[in-house]
Ligand binder design. Structure first.
Ligand SMILES: C[S@@+](CC[C@H](N)C(=O)[O-])C[C@H]1O[C@@H](n2cnc3c(N)ncnc32)[C@H](O)[C@@H]1O
Length: 338
């Protein structure tokens, strides 16, 4: 890679335009199990094609493009092997996210980005006729893929959170839009005196409950199914809102936060885990996810520090501070009632 000549502008633009091809090639290789197999043993495309039930000639073309991105390496006997970089795409790393991003469920809406930018409508809703969370209520396969895709980095962020935030004096943490409870499971395991409330839409809470039972933690958790635009469960001293606000525009995000403010006492604390948009045109993960929020949710958006400060103030909170990235990119913002 280092002996390449600098690209001419036309080549740079063609490379950018091929971004979707690279992204889909990676996602497809993950979904086929390429990285997992080639991490265990180097193989030719023929051998791998037999194992994965693929056409060898086509698989080889796919593998060669991926090797060109440094995710696989090819030896003199034409065998491919997963590199350190490709190791990030194994099943216990970002593999589920990569498979999900290229699945037709997630891929289809992107062709409507131009309409979203013109009209503000969510491209997901244009493609499926309903919002993503409602869609998943009746499409369990898509919901399972979604769950797996966010679990890995939620686990990583949960592990980072227990290192930077002390829950020793917290009695009850309420996780608003807590999903499958990945974050709470980590917190409850780390702090044996902690109790928790998991709040999410009813079908998500029902499926999360079984996970807590399997982990032997269900008796420390109250499971509440509902709508976070209605009243939220009272009685927590910490309210956690992780990767929820970026699905919504300011008026809806404010309603969720006002709900937390109303449910907590004056001594409560709010913990928000979200990416923070950098100033200017730096394509950080959060900047790129901002477009994803637009496509999936229309009114969804990432926010700058100043935007978080204003949003929190409008909902009756004072932003105390924020941490360095937890795990991959998201930060912990802490706030208290004003
Ligand atoms: C991006 S996920 C975040 C899940 C979890 N906090 C995490 O970070 O792993 C957003 C969550 O909000 C939940 N949600 C969406 N709309 C909701 C609503 N109106 N009321 C309650 N929960 C909702 C979804 O079911 C989903 O679990």
């Amino acid at each position: 890679m280092t002996d390449r000549l600098p690209l001419r502008p036309v080549e740079q633009v063609l490379r950018l335009l091929g971004g979707h091809i690279i992204s889909q090639a990676i996602s497809t290789a993950v979904a086929l199990g390429v990285f997992d197999r080639l991490a265990v043993e180097a193989m030719t495309a023929d051998t791998l094609a037999d194992q994965l039930d693929c056409r060898a000639d086509m698989l080889k073309r796919l593998l060669t493009v991926i090797a060109g991105e440094g995710l696989l390496e090819q030896d003199f006997e034409d065998r491919f092997r997963t590199t350190n970089l490709g190791g990030e795409l194994l099943s216990d790393r970002l593999g589920p996210l990569a498979a999900f991003m290229g699945s037709s469920f997630q891929w289809r809406p992107w062709s409507d980005l131009r309409r979203t930018v013109r009209t503000g409508e969510s491209a997901f809703e244009l493609a499926y006729g309903t919002d993503m969370y409602r869609w998943m209520e009746t499409h369990p396969d898509d919901a399972r893929q979604y769950d797996r895709s966010i679990d890995q980095f939620t686990t990583e962020q949960a592990r980072a959170l227990v290192e930077v935030h002390d829950f020793a004096n917290v009695e009850r943490v309420v996780d608003i839009g807590g999903g499958r409870g990945t974050m709470l499971i980590e917190l409850l395991n780390r702090w044996p005196n902690l109790r928790a409330t998991l709040f999410d839409v009813p079908h998500v809470v029902t499926s999360a409950k079984a996970r807590f039972e399997r982990a032997g933690l269900a008796d420390r958790v109250e499971f509440v199914g509902g709508d976070f635009f209605d009243a939220l469960p009272a009685g927590g001293d910490v309210y956690l809102v992780k990767h929820v606000l970026h699905n919504w525009d300011d008026p809806e995000a404010k309603r969720i936060l006002v709900g937390c403010r109303d449910a907590m006492g004056d001594g409560g604390q709010l913990l928000i885990i979200e990416g923070i948009l950098p100033p200017g045109a730096h394509n950080t993960t959060t900047r790129i996810m901002d477009l994803e929020m637009m496509v999936l949710f229309g009114r969804g958006r990432e926010r700058t520090k100043l935007e978080f400060r204003r949003l929190l103030s409008a909902a009756g909170f004072r932003l105390d501070g924020y941490t360095a990235p937890l795990g991959h990119f998201a930060r912990l913002l802490t706030a208290r009632p004003r």
